[in-house]
Design a protein around this ligand. Sequence first.
Ligand SMILES: [Zn+2]
Length: 342
Amino acid sequence: MIQMPLQDMIKKITDGAGISEQEVNDKIKQKLEQLSGLISKEGAAHIISNELGVKLIPETTGRLEIKNILMGMRDVEVVGKVTHNFGIREFKTDNREGKVANIIIADETGSIRIVCWGDQADKTSDLNPGDIVKISSGYVRSNQERNEIHMNDRSVLEKNPEGITIDIGPSAASRKKIEELAENEGNAELLGTIVQVFDPKFFEVCPECNKRAKPTESGAYSCPQHGDVTPNYSYLLTAYLDDGTGNIQAVFFRNLVESLLGKNAEEILSYKDNPSAIEQIKTDLLGNMIKVTGRVNKNTMFERLEFVVQSVDPNPNPDDELKLLEKEKQSVEAQAVTEEVQ
Ligand SMILES: [Zn+2]
């Protein structure tokens, strides 16, 4: 069964049957009583929509906007622009092995994860952010209350189909509360207080391409692209940010560590062999309010969300922040007034 949030169903029944929301709610209640609790509210709403001849799901096969994609749909066709390609992962369990790839696509109405199993996974290997893909015959599953389109052997993924453009626009970072953050959210802005700081981690990178260089058996370092190299060092730092609604681990890479600490690369690298020098710096950071933009990642090892920082303002202007708060408050108040008038 296709799953739609109850509130959306009530709205569709209200509009479709031309009756008030109160009447719809009463009917749902009656139906629940009549069936003595054998069905859910959603189930009752389905029955009522049938009785009233209201179609909850428009009977369109053909292309869907991402915002209209619902859990349980089959044969879904959708077109979107790739915003993330997380690559192909191989897995092996006791009774199954295979591979799976994850990408995120977006259209003008929203974004959704595409999960490609088996041979379908290979088709994502050359997809880059900005490519347009057309998905046909996908099916929709829900994962932690978010819909995803899964691709099986019957599904088709077409790269850059002719004559299709998608304008998702330059997306400005939108201010979020930590409790609102969801997996794969890109371009979010947070204002939070640093409540815990971990030691920086240093790692070897290729001097040519700055990608991670892996130690070889002979004790040298090797870049997948450039072979054996004498590595440079890069670094990352993680800190917990708290904004009153929750906390999240924020990960700062290289130049963002420099911006956060107000130190240059040379100074930071000196902490590698002198970890005690960082202690005071860590203590000084505690309690600082900072503004960061970035994206939300699922740390699969620890099953928790983390915030990968893409820009940091270590000293946000308090006046600007107050103004923003005031604006938010006004819009909430305006909304409350409108609701009261209706
Ligand atoms: Zn390299």
